[in-house]
Ligand binder design. Structure first.
Ligand code: GLC
Length: 438
């Protein structure tokens, strides 16, 4: 039976896009609060908001070529500036430059066959009713606490729900809503914010009523559809109350979500591909971010990273899309994914000679490198071979050994595709296959 969220758990790989007024400063999307900029000063950036290089169709093509299946755009980040023509405030992209970027995004990505998601910030450092707390840019003012006397979270809540209603009624199907975020613990004498502040229960109901079938993340701080580890990789499939749950790691290219010009701490394309493999091998999704610059353009380096991932995905997509955890222990330096009756062995190093897969003897019909589809020879250990001091020595009975070619394929991560016998059956090889010496 198909579940309405299958596209998400099968798609595995999405593009996150962080864009807003902060992109014009190029110092991280938290710049407003990091630099304690008062709203009346920060909002002047809107006068210069003219993203002439924001090209949603080009971004959609780049995402599709990278092998991504969905994308998420920041409709409003913590700074409060909306990338669409909200009627609830004139602090938005249509008022600033006549462009509804949410519409451009939704239309372009849908036309490219990708699912569309919106990020919506529960925090709003611009709204006059959003109370000052430990994340707020005005927190260091001497009268910060008194200022909260005239701020009314109930009014802000109405605004928040109103904006979500706009976003979920104006643009056709929205497949995913990424709320961000709750911080319930008190700090420095301030309260945090969470479900009561946003009316998370009401907001989740509203979201699902307006968009049946939508995927909603967990940052309303009540259980929803997907758990969202941020900038870290869980070490195994994620569980809630012992039951596996869909999860999505969001990761940056350089540690910042918004454009951050002087931050050169880039992850290499090889590392990004390993992260993607690692994620899928634990039944997760990867949402990989780009932060367009002040004109909405994508830095050449980011384009190159997406392209390198796409080159790898062009050859290895089925080891990722529609795949998940294999339920087997992977030999060191490798990760395993499974897609139907195929097992994918991702080789993070290039071992000399052999990879031994315990317990797989008799269970594999054919093995080959996925990039060129050409055979990888195998052998199986029979019980009387165990003690021999040969290249296969020390392996227990039931081990399937792969004999790797000397020449490592020129791809970021080589992958071996193993065709499994239908569940339960094993093929009948009394004798091990011919064994080559390494
Ligand atoms: C965070 C940050 C934020 C970023 C997001 C992405 O909670 O506040 O700037 O947008 O996570 O997951």
């Amino acid at each position: 039976m198909k579940h309405p969220h299958d596209w998400f758990t099968e798609g595995r790989f999405g593009l996150f896009i962080h864009f807003g007024l902060y992109s014009l400063l190029g110092r991280h999307e938290w710049v407003m609060t990091n630099e304690r900029t008062p709203p009346e000063e920060y909002e002047r950036l809107a006068e210069f908001f003219d993203p002439d290089r924001f090209d949603a169709p080009a971004l959609a093509r780049a995402a599709r070529r990278a092998g991504m299946r969905y994308a998420v755009l920041t409709a409003k980040h913590h700074e409060g500036f909306a990338l669409y023509g909200t009627e609830l405030s004139d602090y938005n992209s249509v008022a600033a430059c006549g462009r509804d970027l949410v519409r451009e995004f939704v239309e372009a990505f849908r036309a490219e066959g990708l699912r569309v998601g919106l990020y919506y910030s529960l925090l709003d450092w611009h709204h006059a009713d959003f109370t000052i707390d430990y994340h707020h840019p005005l927190r260091d003012l001497p009268d910060a606490r008194e200022r909260n006397d005239v701020r009314d979270m109930a009014r802000y809540r109405e605004y928040l729900h109103g904006q979500v209603r706009e976003l979920l009624t104006r643009y056709g199907t929205i497949d995913y809503l990424f709320y961000d975020f709750s911080y319930v613990e008190p700090r420095d004498g301030w309260d945090g914010k969470g479900p009561d502040d946003w009316d998370s229960v009401g907001l989740l109901d509203l979201t699902r009523a307006l968009q049946p079938g939508i995927v909603v993340n967990d940052r309303l701080w009540i259980p929803a559809d997907v758990v969202t580890p941020e900038q870290y990789q869980p070490d195994e499939p994620m569980r809630r109350d012992g039951v596996e749950v869909p999860w999505e790691a969001c990761q940056t290219l350089n540690g910042s979500w918004g454009y951050d010009r002087e931050n050169l701490g880039y992850k290499s394309p090889d590392l990004l591909i390993r992260m993607l493999v690692d994620t899928v091998s634990k039944n997760g999704n990867l949402l990989l971010n780009v932060g367009p610059d002040g004109r909405g353009g994508i830095a050449p380096r980011d384009t190159a990273s997406l392209k390198a991932i796409g080159d790898w995905m062009a050859l290895h997509e089925r080891a990722i899309v529609g795949a998940g955890a294999a339920g087997l222990t992977a030999p060191s330096g490798t990760a395993l994914t499974r897609n139907g009756d195929r097992l994918y062995l991702h080789l993070f190093t290039w071992p000399f000679g052999h990879v031994h897969l315990r317990g797989l003897a008799g269970k594999v019909r054919f093995a080959r490198l996925l990039d060129d589809g050409a055979e990888i020879r195998t052998s199986e250990i029979s019980p009387d071979q165990q003690a021999w001091n040969t290249e296969l020595g020390g392996q227990p009975a039931g081990t399937l050994t792969l004999h790797l070619p000397t020449v490592r394929p020129e791809v970021a991560v080589p992958v071996i595709e193993l065709f499994l016998e239908p569940d339960g059956s094993t093929h009948d090889h009394a004798e091990p296959n011919e064994v080559r010496t390494s």
